[in-house]
Write a protein that binds this ligand. Structure first.
Ligand code: UD1
Ligand code: UDP
Length: 374
């Protein structure tokens, strides 16, 4: 029987972290021929992930530019895939989540009338400007996709509200699958700065912030609040792997560099990241993915945004939507550091994002879909 040609297209760090476990599962299936194309929307941060999963892409569009714009990413993806897709001739293209790589790859596939499967489908904030442009990217992909892999029942309901009822599968989030590749006992970090940190000496706040809508004043607020918190708690240290975007780095380094007990790092690879999480006390982030990972490690997560597309974790009590005002961030972190009861409530909530078998479910559904389609 002819194998199903499944082309996975991704390009940024978070897509790679969540697509690599799926690529591994696709490779294991004897019914599938797995083909990988990376756009290289991110370069170094993408390559870090590919290395860990030992995945060598079959195609690499290598399109990252310094301070690239949404338009340049979109047009490069569209024009390169217009040439490439007719050569590859996939039966289905898989895209992930909400990046510009994902929405433009989905559109490129649609132009060739190739069915699209959307991994991590059905997340919504209902504000097209927050996160920007991700909320619109999600909506666009929903219009194009034929198969929808929704991490949670709530994501499925969001799709149903938009009259999407066919081929919607609740699978869990593939990020949980990734832990089996990354989390290890007695782990030795690749970033030597992490090996020099004594994790038993202090309580560690792990922080990341990079979102486009937080650039400028919100990011300044976040950094100032973090600085005050650390300066006022002698037993607290901050680890902040700083995104490579120059617009992020300028702000972060100008406020936090040189502060005692603050460790500013270059982006660490996902193996280092997950193992740091396992030894941290509190997570402060504007990231999407980290809201799903924190609960797995029993880490309270303070979300440094005004909305979240992950209400399940807020309902479960492990994630708090704290916002981007300096005073509020400071107060909330202060409470979690000083009020043990509140801390324990958040630390012991249950992770709603699945059992680590999402990738296998997605592979099964692709095989069934193709059999029914003939
Ligand atoms: C992108 C995604 C966002 C995701 C984020 C994860 C879009 C619109 N945004 O935003 O959804 O949360 O990735 O990190 O798709 N850079 C490097 N090396 C790298 C990566 C980035 O130097 O490996 C620098 C480049 O100067 C680049 C800039 O960062 O131009 C911004 O990258 P870009 O992908 O455009 O935006 P992100 O903010 O990373
Ligand atoms: N991450 C990482 N190294 C870092 C910062 C984040 O490996 O220095 C991982 C993190 O564990 C999560 C993913 O990157 O899996 C989140 O990506 P990001 O915050 O860039 O994007 P988002 O999830 O917000 O789209």
């Amino acid at each position: 029987m002819e194998k199903i040609r499944v082309l996975s297209i991704f390009g940024t760090r978070p897509e790679a972290i969540k697509m690599c476990p799926l690529v591994k599962a696709l490779e294991k299936s004897d019914r599938i021929e797995s083909i990988v194309c990376v756009t290289g929307q991110h370069r170094q941060m993408l390559d870090q992930v590919l290395e860990i999963f030992h995945i060598t892409p079959d195609y690499d569009l290598n399109l990252m530019k310094d301070r690239q714009t949404l338009t340049t990413i979109t047009t490069s993806v569209l024009s390169t895939l217009e040439e490439l897709l007719p050569q590859i001739k996939p039966d289905i293209v898989l895209v992930h989540g909400d990046t510009t790589t994902s929405s433009s790859a989905a559109l490129a596939a649609f132009y060739q009338k190739i069915p699209v499967g959307h991994v991590e489908a059905g997340l919504r904030t209902y504000d097209i400007y927050s996160p920007f442009p991700e909320e619109m990217n999600r909506k666009l992909i929903t219009q194009i996709a034929e198969l929808f892999f929704a991490p949670t029942e709530n994501n499925k309901k969001n799709l149903e509200r938009e009259n999407i009822h066919k081929n919607v599968f609740v699978t869990g989030n593939t990020v949980i699958d990734s832990f089996q590749y990354t989390v290890k006992e007695n782990y030795k970090y690749k970033n030597d700065k992490l090996n020099k940190i004594d994790f038993s000496k202090s309580r560690f706040i792990l922080m990341t912030a990079h979102r486009r809508e937080n650039l400028g004043e919100p990011l300044e607020n976040i950094c100032r609040a973090a600085k005050r918190i650390v300066m006022e708690h002698e037993d607290v240290e901050l680890i902040y792997p700083v995104h490579l975007n120059p617009a992020v780095r300028n702000t972060v380094f100008s406020i936090l560099d040189g502060t005692e007990r603050v460790h500013l790092l270059d982006p660490i690879d996902v193996e280092d990241m997950h193992n740091v999480m396992a030894h941290s006390y509190l997570l402060m982030t504007d990231s999407g993915g980290l809201q799903e990972e924190g609960p797995h490690f029993g880490l309270p997560v303070m979300v440094l945004r005004t909305e979240t597309e992950r209400p399940e974790a807020v309902e479960a009590g492990t994630v708090a939507l704290v916002g981007i005002e300096e005073g509020r961030i400071y107060d909330y972190a202060y409470e979690l550091l000083d009020n043990q009861e509140k801390y324990m409530q958040m630390a012991h909530a249950v992770n709603p994002y699945g059992d680590g078998h999402a990738s296998e479910r997605i592979v099964d559904e692709i095989v069934k879909w193709k059999m029914n389609k003939g």
